[in-house]
Design a protein around this ligand. Sequence first.
Ligand code: XMP
Length: 548
Amino acid sequence: MNRPKELILVIDFGGQYNQLVARRVRECNVYCEIYSYRTPLEKLLAMKPAGFILTGGPASCYEEGAATCAPALFESGVPVLGLCYGAQLMSYVLGGNVERASMREYGKTEVEIDTTSALFAGVSPKTTCWMSHFDYISRLAPGFRATAHTANCPVAAAEDAARGLYAIQFHPEVLHTPEGSKMLYNFVRGICGCSGDWKMDTFVQDSIKALREKIGDGRVLLALSGGVDSSVAAALLSKAVGNQLTCVFVDHGLLRKNEGDEVEAVFGPSGNFKLNFVRVNAQERYYAKLAGVEEPEHKRKIIGEEFIRVFEEEAKKIGAVDFLAQGTIYPDVVESGLGGESAVIKSHHNVGGLPDFVDFKEIVEPLRNLFKDEVRKAGLALGLSRDLVFRQPFPGPGLGVRIVGEVTAEKVRIVQDADAIYREEIAKAAEAWRKNHVSCVEGTIINENGEKECHRNGENENPPWMPDQYFAALTNVRSVGVMGDERTYDYAVCLRAVKTIDFMTAEAAQIPFEVLQTVMSRIINEVRGINRVFYDLTSKPPGTIELE
Ligand code: XMP
C-alpha cells in the first residue's frame, strides 16, 4: 500500500488504549501504524518513521520476561515518546529505577508541569491528567530531567530533549486528560517535525490510484451488506474500477424497514455509483428455513449458512473473478494480532467462509488501514449520505436475533414498523435538543466555508442521553389489552437503548421519559399486533445488547 510520507510507529506493549493512541495521532493528520513490541527494530527502522510512541502495558518492566524493547531504539536518533509502561520502560532500559509504589495512583489527578518543555508547549501549568499505575519512576535515567509531578508521583513526565526522548507517566490519549491531545500534537507535529500529510481526501485519491494499478482490468466481487464498511469499500472500488466491480447484496428479509430499497437506491442502477449491482431477494427462502426454529444459536447458524449458499449460487453465475474485496478495517487487523504484517480475512458473520468457495486469485481490502471514524470520513468524501455513513451497528443475523423465538414474515413486519417509529422519534428528539444547544462540548472546528461546526468524534453533537445503539425487539410475550371496545391478545415489544464505548460493556441509556411515552403511544396506535411496550434497563453484563 502507498503509505503517506510521514509515519509514526506506535509500539504496542499490551495496553488497553493502544488503538486510542493511534487514533489521536491520526487526528493530528499524521499517519501511524501499530506494531507489537516483538517486531524487530530493523524492520521498524526500515519504515523510516518520524517518531515512536511506546504504549502502556500490564507488566512491570523489572520483572523477568516482561515486554521490552531493544536499547538501540533509543539510540536511533528517532524521537521516542513513552506512555505509562512505555515511560517506565524507557527509564529502566536507560539506567533509571522503577519500583512498586505502596499505593496505586488511579483516576483524574492534578498535575504540575514545566511548560518550557517542547512537549507541553501551550499546556496550562496545572492541568488534569488520567493516571493508572502501580509502578513509578523512582530515579531518573542519566541525562533526563523531570518535567511534571503530581502529589503522589515525583516523575509524572521526564525528558532528555537533546536525545529526543520523552516520557509521560499518565495517559494523554484519553479524554480524561483534557490537554492530552495537545501534548500528542506537540510530539508528532513539533518534536517529530511532521507537517500533517494524512488527509482523508488525499487518502481517497491515492487509494483510487493504487486500486486501479493493482486491479488493472481484473474483475472484483464484493459482498455488500449495506453496513458502513462494505458500503464505503463498494463506493471506493466503484470510483476506482467502475463496472469491473460486482456487488452482491443478499436481502435476507431480516433487514430494518425499507433498508433493502435504501441500499438499492444508493448502489443500484439509479444510484450515483457505476458498478454491477445484484440484489438477491431471498426473503421467502430464509423464512422457510427459519419456520418453527426457536433456539437462538440454531437461528444464527441457519441465517449464516443460508447466506453462504445464496452467495455461492450468485458467485457461480458470475464465474471466476480476479479479486474478492472485503471491508476489513484497521481494528480487525490489530485485534487479530498481526499488526499489519500479513493478510487477514475478516471472519465477520456476513462473509465468514466465503473464500473457500468463491473462485478468486487475490483479496483486496481497501479500508485495511482505517479506523472506523476514518472509514466514515472516507464515506462522506466519496459522497455517501450522512444517514448511511453514521449508521448504527447492525448484527449480521439482523432482525433474526431481535425476534425472540420463531421468526415469521408477520413478526418481521411488526418489529420493522415498531423499530422505524422508535428511530424516527429518537432522531426528532435529538434534533430538537441540538436546536437548543449550539455550544460544543468537545471542540469546535472551522469547516471549508470558514463557518464554525460542532463536532464530537466526527459526528454532530448529540444530547447526553443519546444511545450508541438502539432498536426495537419483539418479545415472545403476548398479553391481554383493550383497544377501543375490544379485547386484544397481542405481542409486547421491547425498546433497547444502550450507552457503550466498545460494545463489550453497556448501560441502559436515559432517554427522556416523554420521548419514550411518545414512542409507546405511536407504536400502540400505528403497529398492528402490538399492545404493550417495555423499556429494557438491563446493562451488559449481565445482559447482552441484542436479545438473542
Ligand atoms: P451483544 O448482543 O453480543 O452485541 O452484546 C454486541 C454488539 O455486536 C452486535 N452483534 C453482532 N454483529 N453479527 C454481527 O455482525 C452478529 O451475529 C452479532 N451479534 C451481536 C450487536 O448488535 C452489538 O452492537
